[in-house]
Design a protein around this ligand. Structure first.
Ligand SMILES: [Cu+2]
Length: 97
């Protein structure tokens, strides 16, 4: 999944991903530093990037996710309040049901 971070928005290449190992690549195309955390449905952050440099900085998270709803959000103070978050769903692929 690709994530583009800018002020104050996170745009995702996909809204649904299959259960298992998920690679989230974040590009900061904004003019301020940002970071991105993945929060599960219980409100726990299961991964976070370092602060990513403005104007093209990148970071990657690779982790195993189980089915459910997750929120990506920027932890830089104030940015969440400006709407810097996005949700995605992890689903079991149909053939495994
Ligand atoms: Cu931010």
């Amino acid at each position: 999944m690709l994530v583009y971070a800018r002020e104050y928005r996170l745009n995702l290449s996909r809204k649904v991903v299959p259960e298992g190992v998920v690679v989230v690549q974040v590009s900061n195309i904004g003019e301020d530093p940002h970071d991105v955390a993945i929060r599960n449905a219980k409100g726990k952050d299961v991964a976070v990037t370092p602060v990513i440099k403005a104007n093209g900085g990148r970071a990657q998270m690779r982790l195993r996710l189980t089915r459910g709803r997750y929120t990506l959000w920027c932890r830089v103070p104030g940015h969440l309040g400006h709407g810097m978050k996005a949700t995605f769903i992890v689903k079991v692929p149909a053939r495994r049901r």
